[in-house]
Design a protein around this ligand. Sequence first.
Ligand SMILES: [Zn+2]
Length: 392
Amino acid sequence: MNSTETVTHKAGWIIVDPYTIIRDGYIGVESGLIGDIGRGSCSGHIIDHGPGALLPVLVNAHTHLELCALKDKVKYENGFKSWVEKLIELRNSASPETLKTGALKGLKELTESGCGVIGEISTLGITWETISKSNLAGVWFREFLGNVLPVDNTCDRKDFLVKSIAAHAPHTLAPNRIIELKDITRKRNLPFSIHLSESEDEIEFLQTGKGKWADFMTERGIDFSNWRLPVESPVKYLEDLGVLDKKTIAVHLLHAEEKDFEILSRHDVSVCLCPRSNKNLHNRLPDIEEMLQSGLKICLGSDSLASVESLSIFNEMAFISNAFPSIPPDEILAMATVNGARALGFEDMFGSLTPGKRAAFVYVPVEVSSRSELQHALVNADFKGSCKTVLQ
Ligand SMILES: [Zn+2]
């Protein structure tokens, strides 16, 4: 819908942003954009959503929709390495049609769980068409690994959907490839994503130049003698390669420490965390409290349905709230909204309900009597089947 008629959306609570909440408020919408926001009575064409809350659509900044078809097929109880091997085997044996059908289901699940903006990581390159036909906004990252610079590395923009590039991880690409891929996105001022400091194999390889990953590369005849190893840490390594800046999204950071956070903060890098996936695959969680102390801007991703039970960012927030009770609910909500929009380069259009941004919000049926109860409810509920996403 893109009507020029002004429609006013009312609700018991309007979450303008995680820190600005209006009780008994309304949002005026015209031509798909947010106009007047206020409190109390309003006139004209009114849609009264109910006593619950309207909040900005959630941002899932890191997912792999092309793996949705593998849900419940890859066990993660046996550790990360066996999970990766089984994942690749199943993905390679699945037809593109099966994977595309899975991605379509994943998109439906995202919309039904209040998500309106995504960061999709596509290794096979098969989800662009599916996403571009949907009404979701976001960035489709074509992901690369290996030593060869891909031929198809185009970056593009189509309405609310951006095509950009992700480098898989610092231990799966030669340093010059990482630099070249980052340069392509830098020239277009587009976001660049990379898994960073995720597994023990990655850490051991980068910090010693030896270990299981080094053996794996040697067995396959991959020469890494000029990879500038060993390094102090994966984060320091990327700093030395010159690829850390405001448009870079560092994903996971499971093994990163205070000095790494200082580097990332200094370069204004966005951090994307997928704690449920980390727990399932690595039985470990990132040091979120220390990251916040360091001033890092954290956003959230679900990762793929091959490593988590759902794509819901409400579920991700509830997991963090439970695992880190000291983190205030407004900080968690910021991770799921405004920080995600910023990381993906959509802060002018999404992430908060402020005039001039897209009318993209989600209604949740909470019954609360105070602001603090509301904030607590938002980050501790599932809302599966009960939230309503409005994308105009
Ligand atoms: Zn990932």
